[in-house]
Design a protein around this ligand. Structure first.
Ligand SMILES: NC(=O)c1ccc[n+]([C@@H]2O[C@H](COP(=O)([O-])OP(=O)(O)OC[C@H]3O[C@@H](n4cnc5c(N)ncnc54)[C@H](OP(=O)(O)O)[C@@H]3O)[C@@H](O)[C@H]2O)c1
Length: 332
């Protein structure tokens, strides 16, 4: 679906954007891939690896709607990956996080409508489900904006959907590179906030493939949630340093013991498919005949059980220590 099409990636120099770009170049022949982000150094470094003729590098901020509109000219698909995503930084600089993650999201929507792009997928996080920190709250607000955007765009305009997933193994600023960095500095016991902590775990490649698939599946208005494994924090410690010794540092402000991707309160409008869930919109759009039970690929879902919750602590699939070791090697 991306052959001879133009794709714009906000936050294209980030962990997701680079792997998504690599995937597009390997599997398709896009007309243009536009990387949209602020920092010229990250773009310069990315150009050293990604210099195919289809590549375009645009300096721009998602807070700047005019720039987004001109960047989206003749663009077919947009992936919105730009975000401020560090929980403590968001708590400390709340308004900056709101400006990028919420106003930035609305600018992406307005620009996509103005430039008449075809489909937009915005990346979200498990922290947006029943949020307890500002980062999660801004991503929840962003999710709501993207879902409701299908109403603004009307019958002929762009379709908008959201992909929500959990921790990406090895992404910038995440726990795996942090643990490796501490070990390299000679730290003997890794810091653990709570020994019972669990997290959803996804590789960058699986995240990228899930987003690509959902461009084909989407009607517009869905929050797509992949079925992915969970990890126990002490299994992660053992997979990285060979023992289960740790330094207990306590849960950080804004951190949860477990994460949720489909909250119980959303069960009444959530659907289960073979390898993913869909949270369907609480509101009806221009086209009241859309049935989310069958997606555009023809895959058929069914309503989840009453009180269903997709929760990292009760997930039936946990990675073993050996599986974690393999993942670590594959993705770093
Ligand atoms: N990593 C995870 O574990 C994870 C898990 C679930 C969901 N997600 C979501 O996935 C998305 C991508 O995450 P990632 O891991 O790729 O993040 P990342 O590596 O931190 O990359 C973020 C990107 O956004 C750009 N950016 C930040 N502020 C911007 C702004 N105001 N305007 C334009 N570009 C801006 C950054 O470049 P500049 O600084 O140069 O602008 C960078 O290219 C985010 O929406 C995140 O919430 C991530």
């Amino acid at each position: 679906m991306f052959n001879n099409k133009s794709i714009l990636i906000t936050g294209g120099t980030g962990s997701f954007g680079k792997r998504f770009t690599a995937h597009l170049i390997k599997h398709y022949s896009p007309k243009k891939i536009i990387i949209y982000s602020r920092d010229e150094l990250k773009q310069f470094e990315m150009q050293q690896h990604f210099n195919a003729p289809c590549m375009r590098y645009f300096i721009g901020d998602v807070r700047d709607k005019e720039r987004l509109i001109s960047a989206m000219r003749d663009v077919d698909y947009v992936v919105h990956a730009a975000a401020l995503k560090q929980v403590p930084a968001a708590e400390y600089n709340p308004n900056e996080c709101i400006k990028t993650n919420i106003y930035g999201a609305q600018n992406v929507i307005d620009a996509a409508i103005a430039a008449d792009v075809s489909r937009v997928i915005a990346l979200s996080t498990d922290k947006a489900a029943n949020p307890v920190n500002l980062y999660g709250a801004t991503k929840l607000a962003s999710d709501k904006l993207f879902v409701a955007a299908n109403n603004i765009s009307g019958a002929k305009g762009p379709r908008f959907a959201v992909v929500r997933y959990g921790n990406v193994v090895g992404s910038r600023g995440s726990v795996v590179p942090f643990f490796h960095q501490l070990l390299a500095q000679g730290v003997i016991k890794l810091p653990v906030t709570h020994k019972e902590m669990t997290r959803f775990w996804i590789t960058l490649d699986d995240g990228v493939e899930f987003v690509i698939k959902n461009f084909q599946r989407m009607h517009g208005g869905e929050i797509f949630v992949p079925k992915i494994p969970s990890i126990r924090i002490l299994d992660l410690v053992e997979s990285i340093c060979g023992n289960r010794e740790y330094d207990l540092v306590g849960i950080r402000p804004g951190e949860k013991l477990h994460e949720v991707m489909v909250p119980e309160e959303m069960a009444h409008h959530s659907l289960e498919f073979d390898d993913h869930y869909v949270i369907t919109p609480a509101i009806k759009f221009f086209d009241k005949t859309v049935s989310y039970l069958k997606n555009k690929l023809g895959e058929v879902g069914k309503p989840v059980a009453d009180k269903f919750e997709y929760h990292s602590g009760t997930n039936p699939h946990f990675l073993t220590v050996d599986e974690l070791k393999t993942l670590d090697k594959v993705t770093l």
